[in-house]
Every structure is written in structure tokens, then in C-alpha cells.
Design a protein around this ligand. Structure first.
Ligand SMILES: CC(C)(COP(=O)(O)OP(=O)(O)OC[C@H]1O[C@@H](n2cnc3c(N)ncnc32)[C@H](O)[C@@H]1OP(=O)(O)O)[C@@H](O)C(=O)NCCC(=O)NCCS
Length: 249
């Protein structure tokens, strides 16, 4: 039997799902300081938007989202992934009523990829957001194909469409098929810093001198400063907006 369950309903299942699906992400992504700082609060405040697709007791897919307030104007979007996390937590703690659901990540078990499950998850999340009275849906998208083009600015990449009018990137296409539109690149969406040793560990490669490096799974270059024993990665994501919930349901 296949069912949608939220982390609010089964916190134990979310823990197991996160542990099982961690491997689908490049290691450095799991070391975003903003995310680490707010992990507990996000999990506690927004558990109703952590949606899992469960089949015969096993989690096939997980979508994690937060709720925040946004006036629908592109120039007032949060500062990417990190900014959305901070806004959601800060607003929740100061009693600001949210009106927007912001998808932070979606992960599908690799043996079930390419089967449209991400769309199922997004639809399920939308239903839960509707139940909570939210009307807008935004995503700081991490285009999966962008890692093959780390030298290309997102400002160029986001214009790369195919002959059929859909985007070259498969993850952007999934959003487009659900009616989403591209809003704008989100620079410094996720910033990951570490020592050179940490970066060598996360990237599983050596960084013998200071400079900019192409790292597997990274959408942008990683900057290594051996003298300061410091590495920094500033990921640009792409803001997309799905149709408003009130307009479509
Ligand atoms: C991105 C992801 C959520 C898509 O989930 P999904 O259920 O496979 O999505 P869909 O079935 O709608 O497939 C979407 C597109 O991605 C393509 N795709 C999915 N997995 C792929 C893979 N491993 N390699 C290449 N393309 C892939 C599909 O073929 C499809 O392309 P199409 O437009 O030509 O049909 C899933 O691949 C995943 O969990 N990836 C790792 C985590 C991640 O990067 N998440 C996205 C950032 S938050």
C-alpha cells in the first residue's frame, strides 16, 4: 500500500528517511551552516510540510518544506535557500502568519527515480499547504544538470531551453510540467564553509594549492585558500514559482 505521511505524524519515519536518503546528496551540501543551525527548529515548526511517500512501510521519497510570508514580488524573495530557512524560523518565532510554502528539498530513492514520484510529492505538499491556508508556492531550485556546467552563470543556464520549450534541466522540467515559472537566480543561496581538510573530505579529492576547483555535485566552483586553511562554496539556485493554490484548486 502506498500512502503519504508527514513527519508531524511519524517523526521516527522521517529520521529513518533522512538517514536512508542522505547518500543522494553531495556531502558538502549537508554542511550548510544555516541549515545546521536551524535544523531542529525547522523540523519542529514545519513537520506538517515534511512529506513522505511510504510503500509497505518503506520511504520512497521525501519532500521538506517551510512556511513563510512573501508578498509575491520577485525583489522581496528571501535570500535563497539559507534566507528562506532563516525567514521561516524567525517569522514563526515572532508570530508572523505565513502565506507561502517554500519547498527546500525533494529526494527520491534512486531505484524509484524517473517515475514521476517527485511530482506526486509536490502535489501532496501542495495539498497540505492548502489545508494550512497557504496560497503561494515557491522553490529555490537546485537544478540537477547544473553540476555539469559549474563555469556557466545561472543567469545564462536558466535560459537554456529545448526545442519543445521546456528547460534543458530535468528537475526544472518537473517543476515546469506542474505549471511553475522561473522567477530569478538566487545567488549565495547556500553557503558552505570549511577547512581545506574538511573540503578534501567532503569532495573526496585533493586541493594542493589555493584556487577555484570543479567539485563533483557542485553547481558552482569551490574556492580554496590554503594559506587561511579555508574553503568556501557559494551556490546559486533558481527561484521558481508554482501556480497559486487558490487559483488552481
Ligand atoms: C531530482 C529528483 C527529486 C527527481 O525525482 P523523480 O521522481 O525522478 O522525478 P521525475 O520522475 O519527475 O523525473 C524528472 C526528470 O528527471 C529525470 N531524472 C530523474 N532521475 C534522473 C537521474 N538519476 N539521471 C538523469 N535524469 C534523471 C527524469 O528522466 C525526468 O526527465 P524528463 O523530463 O526527460 O522526463 C530525484 O532524481 C532525486 O532525488 N535526486 C537527488 C536529490 C536532488 O537532486 N533533488 C533535487 C534538488 S532539491
Amino acid at each position: 500500500m502506498r500512502e503519504i505521511i508527514t513527519a508531524g505524524e511519524r517523526p521516527d519515519l522521517k529520521k529513518a528517511a533522512v538517514a536512508a536518503l542522505r547518500g543522494e546528496w553531495p556531502a558538502f551540501v549537508l554542511h550548510d551552516a544555516v541549515s545546521t543551525t536551524h535544523r531542529q527548529a525547522v523540523g519542529e515548526y514545519f513537520a506538517r510540510y515534511d512529506v513522505m511517500l511510504v510503500e509497505d512501510g518503506e520511504v520512497l521519497a521525501l519532500a521538506v518544506a517551510v512556511a513563510l510570508r512573501w508578498d509575491g514580488v520577485v525583489s522581496t524573495l528571501p535570500d535563497g535557500y539559507d534566507g528562506a530557512l532563516v525567514a521561516a524560523v524567525t517569522e514563526h518565532e515572532s508570530g508572523v502568519a505565513p502565506d507561502t510554502v517554500c519547498l527546500m528539498s525533494a529526494t527520491v530513492r534512486p531505484d524509484r527515480a524517473r517515475g514521476g514520484l517527485a511530482g506526486v510529492m509536490l502535489t501532496a505538499l501542495r495539498e497540505r499547504a492548502a489545508d494550512a491556508g497557504l496560497t503561494r508556492v515557491i522553490v529555490p531550485v537546485r537544478p540537477t544538470l547544473k553540476a555539469r556546467y559549474p563555469l556557466t552563470p545561472m543567469a545564462d543556464f536558466h535560459r537554456w531551453t529545448r526545442a519543445d520549450g521546456l528547460h534543458l534541466d530535468p528537475w526544472i522540467r518537473t517543476h515546469q510540467r506542474l505549471g511553475a515559472e522561473i522567477l530569478a537566480p538566487a545567488p549565495n543561496s547556500m553557503v558552505v564553509t570549511g577547512t581545506v581538510g574538511e573540503w578534501e573530505d567532503w569532495a573526496a579529492m585533493a586541493f594542493p594549492q589555493s584556487g577555484h576547483y570543479v567539485v563533483p555535485g557542485a553547481l558552482d566552483l569551490v574556492e580554496i585558500d590554503r594559506e587561511r586553511d579555508h574553503g568556501v562554496y557559494r551556490e546559486t539556485n533558481l527561484w521558481m514559482r508554482h501556480p497559486d493554490i487558490a487559483a488552481s484548486s
